[in-house]
Design a binder for this molecule. Structure first.
Ligand code: ADP
Ligand code: MG
Length: 308
């Protein structure tokens, strides 16, 4: 479990102290996937560094399985795999394989475990053909694939990725999220910062939206509220107008609102949405329902846009 307790971070800007993180508290339970979202400069990378114990919060602290992540950073690092945003950890003049062997030695990974993890990571990230190439000759995307693989080779309980998909092509991005999904199912705990909300749906248990170092939203992605307090909506369009009495009856329900295309239904989560639709279709003889859903991605992007 990762507990953030009243984490504050300041940086000196000239003579002024600028607040980067202000009183951040939340808990990441074991076997959870958390997405950290927010505009550039909102404090995501700084928070990631505080979580891993790379920097010390000025106030408050981060506790990993009860241990202060800064004070115990040397102890906890063996149970962590961290990709820092665009900060290569590879030695550029060595080949990819030599680098991976170096990480194998540092983490004390046994031969069989290394082979097993390598095979699985390669299935998703497809980097084995790069092994003999010097790291400095790799393209940016190839480097990112190798970086991600290198921090997962010791099968860490905690996986912390700061914008891991930058530079990856669409196929690799999708496979990376499939890999994260598989790792979650195996019991890993994952924190990922990203701008790409399309991959979050279905894999993240919770999202944290930061803006100017303050949490604007924390909770399940399905329940994300926009900052005006709106909730998710679907529009049910009826092409063939159902009889007027029936329309009036349905439109009278408190979760329904008439809009130019038909009905707008309000709901909080996917389960509730399915229930509303099935209640509606079983109670009324509706000829045709055309459901236009707002994806979680759209809602999240809307929220992020509004706080920019
Ligand atoms: P994000 O990852 O969300 O883009 P960062 O955590 O990198 O945001 O940065 C948050 C704010 O902190 C930015 O305004 C950035 O300029 C500032 N900042 C980050 N690192 C430092 C540093 N080492 N010294 C001074 N200011 C910093
Ligand atoms: Mg960042």
């Amino acid at each position: 479990m990762i507990e953030l307790k009243n984490v504050c971070k300041y940086y000196e800007k000239g003579k002024k102290k600028e607040i980067i993180l202000k009183d951040i508290s939340f808990t990441i339970g074991d076997n959870k996937v958390i997405a950290l979202l927010g505009p550039n400069g909102s404090g995501k990378s700084t928070l990631i560094k505080c979580i891993c114990g790379v920097i010390k919060p000025d106030e408050g602290g981060v506790f990993i399985d009860g241990k202060n992540s800064f004070i115990c950073r040397k102890k906890i690092i063996s149970g962590m795999g961290v990709v820092f945003n665009q900060k290569p950890s590879f030695i550029v003049d060595l080949s990819v394989n030599d680098n991976l062997q170096y990480f194998k030695a540092i983490y004390g990974i046994k031969k069989e475990e290394y082979a097993k993890n390598f095979e699985r990571l390669n299935k998703y990230l497809d980097f084995s053909e790069l092994l003999d190439r010097p790291y400095r000759k790799l393209s940016f995307g190839e480097r990112v694939k190798c970086e991600i693989a290198s921090v997962l080779l010791h099968n860490p309980k905690y996986i912390i990725l700061d914008e891991p998909t930058i530079g990856l092509d669409y196929g690799v991005k999708k496979r990376l999220y499939n890999l994260l999904d598989e790792l979650k199912k195996e019991g890993h705990t994952i924190v990922v910062t990203t701008h790409e909300t399309e991959y979050i749906e279905g894999i993240c248990d919770e999202v944290v939206i930061l803006s100017d170092g303050v949490i604007k939203y924390y909770g399940e992605p399905e329940k994300v509220l926009d900052i005006n307090g709106n909730i998710k909506k679907i529009t049910v369009e009826y092409d063939e107008v159902i009889d007027e009495e029936l329309a009036r009856e349905i439109e009278g329900k408190d979760f329904c609102k008439k809009n130019p295309n038909g009905l707008e239904l309000t709901y909080y989560n996917a389960r509730e949405k399915n229930k509303i639709i099935s209640d509606l279709t079983s109670a009324y003889d509706i000829k045709k329902l055309n459901v236009v859903d707002t994806s979680i991605r759209e809602v999240l992007e809307d929220v992020i846009k509004k706080i920019r």
